[in-house]
Design a binder for this molecule. Structure first.
Ligand code: HEM
Length: 274
């Protein structure tokens, strides 16, 4: 953790030095526009706050995204009908990022408008919620499922378990099923499916969702994924082919971030035409 703090501190100091340089008139037009530079120049945060925020953002915003992306690749590699349909949608609506003639790029709204891409992302977030457990403190006495909970009690709950609970998601809750997943009913903890809710919800939510859509579109549009040795659903779990029953998390269950621990290998093939 010390190394992590030191690294973020170095980055912040580098931006602080650059901000001082940028104040000189000759350099003003060269000012950096990245997030840390903007925060430094706003003057709203002390040096210590900048480092703390940097550490918090980096730790909350990297493994969550990387873990979710890895699970997406895992699922897509073992359910080939999904990436196949997804690729058709992406190629029909999103210009290839490898096309040098496309000067306009891709807008967030382009990605958000693709129904199947969004359905796939939502299903990955539901089925492989990287948040195994979250905590809340009761600020007033409550009764939950018939149990009286005194004020001040710390409650633990599992988004991962809730997101696989047939009471919320129907009888197929324990199977991954992007195209067929029923819409959330009125009692479904819909926000838990994704990035929590309420005042402590994920502040990186919009950024995270757009980044996930972007990575999925770029990757699936261009590449085909398949488990090593052509293993499909339910096959070869011992050999690293993966499964849908959560075995990949291994015996060392991570407390908060569920990730692929015990090895998982995939074939990646570049496809022509995009
Ligand atoms: C797929 C990616 C992500 C997932 C699944 C995720 C999930 C979550 C969840 C469930 C919480 C609520 C924790 C709680 O209720 O106690 C949370 C909080 C938070 N997330 Fe994310 N997150 C993701 C990406 C990001 C990114 C990209 C950033 C920053 C750039 C970020 C920054 C934060 C911060 C700072 C908090 C704490 C908010 C607070 O306590 O007020 N997250 N995230």
């Amino acid at each position: 953790m010390g190394l992590f703090y030191d690294t973020i501190r170095d980055i912040v100091e580098d931006h602080e030095r650059a901000a001082i340089q940028d104040e000189k008139p000759a350099k003003a037009s060269q000012g950096r526009t990245d997030l840390i530079s903007l925060a430094v120049r706003s003057g709203a945060l002390s040096h210590r706050d900048l480092v703390e925020e940097g550490v918090y953002m980096t730790s909350a915003g990297t493994e969550t995204l990387i873990g979710t992306t890895t699970w997406a690749m895992n699922l897509l590699s073992r359910h080939p009908e999904v990436p196949s349909r997804l690729r058709d949608e992406i190629r029909a609506h999103i210009p290839s990022p490898y096309d040098n003639d496309n000067k306009d790029g891709v807008r967030q709204s382009d990605l958000r408008q693709l129904p199947y891409l969004n359905a796939v992302m939502n299903e990955v977030l539901r089925f492989h919620s990287v948040n195994g457990f979250l905590w809340r403190e009761c600020v007033e006495p409550a009764v939950i499922a018939g149990h009286p909970i005194p004020k001040g009690t710390t409650m633990t709950f599992s988004p991962w378990a809730l997101n696989r609970d047939p009471r919320h998601w129907g009888p197929s809750a324990r199977a991954v099923g992007c195209p067929t997943r029923p819409r959330a009913g009125p009692t479904t903890p819909i926000q838990l499916r994704r990035l929590a809710g309420g005042p402590r919800r994920c502040i990186g939510e919009n950024y995270a969702l757009v980044q996930l859509l972007c990575v999925l579109a770029a990757y699936v549009g261009r590449y085909e994924l398949a488990p090593l040795d052509g293993l499909q659903e339910g096959e070869g779990e011992e050999e690293g082919g993966g499964s849908d029953d959560g075995e990949e998390i291994g015996s060392d269950l991570a407390l908060t971030l569920l990730k692929v621990y015990e090895g998982w290998q995939v074939h990646v093939k570049k496809l022509p035409g995009w």
